[in-house]
Write a new protein. Structure first.
Length: 91
């Protein structure tokens, strides 16, 4: 399932949750402590999203937005379960 993300790099702590109303639609907010240097923030985002959705890290892949705060990821797994978790995380 494709999930839109809004990334906040350089945060004081890693957190997944919240809603961001962007141009592409509603995005899940992901804050990570890693800075946006050499892909570190993107890697941290993928790990945080995997943990939040309860899937292996290899089940989360970046579709677009490698150098952007707005990213699209694909989360593999049971679509119904992923959708339910997404709704809870969006608040």
């Amino acid at each position: 399932m494709r999930v839109l993300l809004r990334v906040k790099p350089g945060a004081s702590r890693t957190a997944v949750g919240g809603r961001y109303e962007g141009v592409g639609g509603v995005a899940l907010v992901v804050a990570v402590g890693a800075r946006a240097v050499e892909g570190r923030a993107t890697k941290a985002v993928l790990v945080a999203v995997a943990e939040a959705f309860g899937v292996r890290r290899s089940a989360v892949s970046l579709v677009s937005g490698a150098t952007s705060r707005d990213k699209v990821v694909d989360v593999e797994g049971d679509d119904r379960e992923i959708r339910e978790r997404l709704e809870r995380l969006l608040g």
